[in-house]
Each structure stands twice: as structure tokens, then as C-alpha cells.
Write a protein that binds this ligand. Structure first.
Ligand SMILES: O=C(O)/C=C\C(=O)CC(=O)CC(=O)O
Length: 218
């Protein structure tokens, strides 16, 4: 079969926020795919297995097998999908707005999420974990709230869903997981709520994945 006809395979973990970003992009663009769950906790972390290292030497999810290649890093994947399957658009046409969508995405993807992920918190260890996660999410959200006050309409950039929104919702999910008080961030909270009404954000939600444990399903 030609690689263009093969269904993409997403290596994913139900509550990995980085995996969720890509699942939203696939859903919005209407791309059918198969999921290959990688449990980040089981067996000391299946991402470290020899089999998975052959898929992604970075030992992280998500990874997407598509069009005969394997890509990792959520923003690289999303931007590849954008360039090869442009409808609906996830980067605004206006170049200033496009830069703002990338700015917000980078802020979350590089400036917040890595400082509260499993690998980082394992290093911090013990009772400090929650405090550290809350600290970095709070610092990041303070800045994000101010930025969004200038860029947002219904969503992060005006009224069109963009790559920034794909980063925002999973990060708010993590904030809730780490019990961050969201009251000081009314814009973030409002946009998150509006996005969660969209089907693509619902079908891709951590509570509804093939590897979601029964007690976390909704
Ligand atoms: O506790 C677990 O279930 C293990 C891992 C995760 O959720 C994924 C993360 O590292 C957090 C994240 O995506 O930011």
C-alpha cells in the first residue's frame, strides 16, 4: 500500500497533555488514525522500552507514524499536519496573528509544560512535587492571562481555533490536576470553557481514550 493511503498511527498516553494537543489537531482536521497506547508509568515507563525507542529515540509521547515517516514533538507534528492537510486552518492567515499563535504555543509547550511534567517532577521528588508544579504553572499563567487580554476573542487568537488553543486546554487540565487556583485567570478559564464545548476537544479528552482506566472514564 502506498504510504499516503496508510492510516496514521498515534503513539499516545491518555493524560499526556502533549499527546492531547495532537489528538485535537487530528480530530479538527478529520484525520482517521489508530492509537498505540504507551503507558508512561507501567513497567517503569513503556516509553523507555527498546521497542518504543525504535519509534522515538526521545522516549516521549506523542509520536505519529504518518506518510511513511515517524514524527515526534507535538508542535512539529501539528505544523506538519497543517502544511499537508491545511483544512481547517490551525494557524491564522494574518502573519501577526500567526506569530501570536506560535508565541502562545511556545510559551506553554516550552515555558510551562516541561517544568511540571513527569520527568521533571520525578527529579524534584517527594512532597515538593505539587508545590513545584503549581509554581511553574502559576508563573506561566500570570503571563498568559495578560497576553490573552490582547489577543483573544472567543478563543486564544480572535474567534478562530488555532494551534494556541490546542496547547491551552491540555495545560488547563494539568493545572486542575495539580490543584492550581484558576480564579486569577478569568480569560484563560473562559477560553478553556468555550473550547471544551467543541467536539474535537471532547473526543480527544483524556477521559475518553482507548487507554483511559475505567475509574477515570467519563
Ligand atoms: O501521572 C501520569 O499519569 C504520568 C504522566 C502524565 O500524566 C503526563 C505528564 O508527564 C504530564 C503532562 O503531560 O504534562
Amino acid at each position: 500500500m502506498s504510504t499516503a493511503l496508510m492510516k496514521p498511527v498515534l503513539y499516545s498516553y491518555f493524560r499526556s497533555s502533549c499527546s492531547w494537543r495532537v489528538r485535537i489537531a487530528l480530530a479538527l482536521k478529520g484525520i482517521a488514525y489508530d492509537q498505540e497506547p504507551v503507558n508512561l508509568l507501567k513497567d517503569g515507563g513503556q516509553q523507555f522500552s527498546t521497542e518504543f525507542q525504535a519509534v522515538n529515540p526521545m522516549q516521549q509521547v506523542p509520536a505519529l507514524k504518518i506518510d511513511g515517516i515517524i514524527l515526534s514533538q507535538s508542535l512539529a507534528i501539528i505544523q506538519y499536519l497543517e502544511e499537508t492537510r491545511p483544512n481547517p486552518r490551525l494557524l491564522p492567515q494574518d502573519l501577526k496573528k500567526r506569530a501570536q499563535a506560535r508565541m502562545i504555543s511556545d510559551h506553554i509547550v516550552s515555558g510551562i509544560q516541561p517544568l511540571q511534567n513527569l520527568t521533571f517532577l520525578k527529579q524534584v521528588g517527594g512532597e515538593k512535587k505539587l508545590e513545584w508544579a503549581q509554581h511553574y504553572i502559576t508563573c506561566g499563567f500570570k503571563a498568559l492571562e495578560r497576553i490573552l487580554q490582547h489577543t483573544a476573542g472567543r478563543y486564544c487568537i480572535g474567534d478562530e481555533v488555532s494551534m494556541a488553543d490546542l496547547c491551552l486546554v491540555p495545560q488547563v487540565y494539568n493545572a486542575e490536576r495539580f490543584k492550581v487556583d484558576l480564579a486569577p485567570y478569568p480569560t484563560i478559564t473562559r477560553i478553556n470553557k468555550a473550547l471544551l464545548e467543541l467536539e474535537a476537544f471532547q473526543v480527544s479528552h483524556p477521559c475518553r481514550q482507548p487507554d483511559t482506566p475505567a475509574e477515570l472514564r467519563a
